[in-house]
Design a protein around this ligand. Structure first.
Ligand code: FAD
Ligand code: FES
Length: 383
């Protein structure tokens, strides 16, 4: 585990004060033209912004070979977030701007004005791999406003809270746990977290400390590899989520809420059991990646035309976003799983399969989310 930090400096929102307010006016945009003021500030003072949000990396910690935690100091334009929300970050990789969503893992009542993100590297992933290898103190990334209104702690807080996560899906539920303990929540909190082995358990030391300091917090780490429980006396459950795990986690209380985030298989297993047992405790869930549908029949694959770019390519069954990128185009995207609407494009002709539901549809002129639309037959979109 390695870590690097820099001491906090004065908040740019305070040093900027009046100057930033003046720069934030429409008049300043007109004078600055052709770009907005933020475009020039990014070049001159990246720690200043009047409308856009940027974050400076002030600490980098490599949790293990696959995951890293970065701490960002946001510009004064950052509005704060609710536990469970996510934020879109943008980075330039080989001259192309990429956007991806990450869920802040810190408490929504942070002691310092920072944002903590924990990112798992995907072997083929563009942004997670880039950050794992290149994130450095002093580097700036673009940030969106916090997004997501469903996967957040309700207000007022439920008396009992069940948190279930797997792998890097720990981030939004850890934020909920940290937020609740910071608020002095007295109700019971059960945290069921799935990791392959004790070595893969992110935030192990902190989770142990929270459980030791808060008798109302029950921490149940579950190691999915058969032989992985050895060495962790808290691990009383093994294997994958099932009725026994549910029985241990679920409170007998009407004022309860449950949250699950992690790999698709875990989220689906929890949702299915919830439905099967007709549980009344509200369950909120979040996927980090869309579910994988069976491949289309090869006879249903045609040509894809990106009309605005004058590019036509043979469909390969992947989403229109992936095929556009493979064809060398750079469409805007954010969550890449149908949530943020950043990738919307007009369908000129043809039909598409919704990769979330499997439904086939679409009419010419309709706006479609190309990150979750795969072409069926010949398709043309306005990109
Ligand atoms: C609401 C939300 C919150 C998120 N929060 C976090 C977080 O806190 N920490 C975190 O590490 N990630 C989080 N993610 C996932 C993150 O946005 C990226 O999808 C992930 O980092 C991979 O991006 P990439 O550019 O490295 O891979 P890409 O270049 O986008 O994809 C490369 C390959 O990996 C596959 N892939 C992409 N994403 C995933 C995934 N999540 N699981 C499995 N396979 C995948 C793709 O199908 C593709 O084959 C979140 C996603 C969403 C939608
Ligand atoms: S990238 Fe978010 S909806 Fe498509």
């Amino acid at each position: 585990m390695t870590s690097t930090t820099t001491p906090p400096t004065t908040s740019p929102s305070r040093t900027g004060g009046l100057a930033q307010r003046l720069l934030g006016t429409k008049v300043a945009d007109v004078l600055a033209g052709p770009h907005d003021v933020d475009h020039y500030l990014e070049l001159l003072r990246p720690d200043w912004a009047v409308r856009r949000i940027r974050g400076e990396i002030v600490a980098v910690e490599h949790q293990n070979d696959d995951s890293l935690t970065i701490t960002l100091r946001p510009t004064g334009t950052w509005p704060g977030f609710q536990a469970g929300q996510h934020v879109e970050i943008s980075v330039d990789v080989d001259g192309v701007r990429h956007r991806r969503s990450y869920s802040p893992s810190a408490s929504a009542h942070p002691r310092t004005r920072t944002i903590e993100l924990t990112i798992r590297r995907h072997p083929e992933g563009v942004v997670s791999r880039y950050l794992k290898e290149h994130a450095r103190v002093g580097m700036f990334v673009g940030l969106s406003v916090p997004q997501g209104e469903d996967f957040v702690l309700p207000d007022p807080r439920p008396r009992r809270v069940v948190l279930i996560s797997g792998g890097s899906g720990i981030t939004p539920v850890l934020s909920m746990l940290r937020t609740l303990t910071d608020e002095g929540h007295r109700g019971e909190i059960t945290f069921l977290h799935y990791a392959r082995s004790p070595q893969d358990l992110l935030y192990a030391e902190e989770l142990e400390r929270i459980a030791a300091e808060h008798p109302n917090v029950a921490l149940l780490p579950v190691y999915t590899r058969q032989d992985a429980t050895s060495g962790d006396p808290r691990s009383e459950l093994t294997g994958r989520f099932g009725p026994e795990h549910l029985r241990r986690a679920l409170p007998v209380d009407e004022d309860a809420a449950a949250f699950v985030c992690g790999p698709g298989a875990l989220v689906e297993a929890v949702r299915n059991l919830w439905a099967e047992q007709e549980l009344e405790t509200p369950l909120r869930f979040e996927h980090f990646a869309p579910p994988v549908l069976p491949d289309l029949d090869p006879d249903q694959l045609g040509d894809v035309t990106f009309a605005g770019s004058d590019v036509t390519t043979a469909a390969d069954g992947s989403t229109l976003l992936e095929q556009a990128e493979a064809a060398g185009l750079s469409p805007r995207s954010g969550c890449r799983m149908g949530i943020c609407l950043t990738c919307k494009c007009t369908l000129n002709s043809g039909v598409v399969r919704d990769t979330l539901s499997g439904e086939i549809g679409g009419v010419p002129g309709e706006e479609i989310r190309i990150c979750v639309s795969a072409p069926v037959g010949d398709v043309s979109i306005d990109l």
